[in-house]
Design a protein around this ligand. Sequence first.
Ligand SMILES: [Zn+2]
Ligand SMILES: [Zn+2]
Length: 393
Amino acid sequence: MSEIFSSIQKKAEALKPELTAVSKAIFDHPELGKEEVFASSQHCSLLEKYGFAVEKGFMGIETAFKAIKKSVKPGPTIAFLAEYDALPGIGHGCGHNILGTTSVGAGIVAAEILKDIGGTIEVYGTPAEETDGSKAALADGGAFDHVDAALMTHPSDSYYRSGPSLGIVPLRFEFFGKTAHAAACPEEGINALHACISLFNNISVLREHFQPDARVHGVIKNGGEAANVVPDYTMAEFYVRADKKSYLEKLVGQVKACAEAAAMSNGAKVKITNFEACYDNMITNETLSDVFTENLIQAGVPEVGAAKPSKGSSDAGNVSQKCPMIQPYFSISDHGKVPGHTRDFAACTLTDYANQQMILNVRAFAMTAYQLVTEPELLQKIKDEFKEAMQNK
Ligand SMILES: [Zn+2]
Ligand SMILES: [Zn+2]
């Protein structure tokens, strides 16, 4: 066993009581996205205790933070991303309490191991993953442009490698028409509901020509008030998703054209806005994923499954298009038995088994950070892969 391997193991095990306590405290005090005042302060206090310089309210987001610890020598910057928001009604049903402590623990151990060797370790607190994912705003604002590799892992029912996710653009369509008595003088009106329904029909016409992974789905949120009044206002919201940024941009343009054509058909006007943050598709850096997976096995994880096929979307996607990134999954429950976003899954985050898995991940993350700093050819391979992926996104 190498000296570094056993040193990481010792440091991670020593940190386990504190990480477990923070995970439990956040579990007991669930907060919704952008309200995670308690959770972010728990993480910041622990990071400060271990010598990180912490910037709270990072980039103007109150419950975001950036923690940084430099070694004695300049070198690569490795970032770990923490989430800590809960779900309404069921608390930490997505397990972000233990997700956060895994990333914070990884940062603390990695910085400790590297302090006399080189490089910089950063830990980012990224609020509101379940709603208006702040990784999108942080990434789009340039927070990760200088980062050499960004890593995080999500609790799940088993170990899975980092995979893809779809990019998403949330579009709100508001149609404006003119009221009239629907029986007495319909010729005076402009029906905003017909324009809205035409939007759905136009999208259905377009659907025949979608690429296989594209997803476009919407609802009418305002369809008018009374059957005897020609509606002058209607509103629909859609999610447009695709597996590549270039195709997503094209598809969004086509869907917007569907709305404009719908409005034009009867003289209504349409206003198109984004009602939530846009997420890029996740691009896993496979070289980085190989290194981390190997380190999980070395740390004692018996098996890591292939990436889950995902038709969902995540704010991690935006980070993955700014620097090499992985977001795999780790086991905190019996395979396939406890679905996410449930109270049962939340309870799984408190078990001895889950806390042991947290420590195995902390060890694999710290070992990966050590390799990225001490093996320049490996880091170059990761960067080359990233560069190529960006030319083909
Ligand atoms: Zn979730
Ligand atoms: Zn989650």
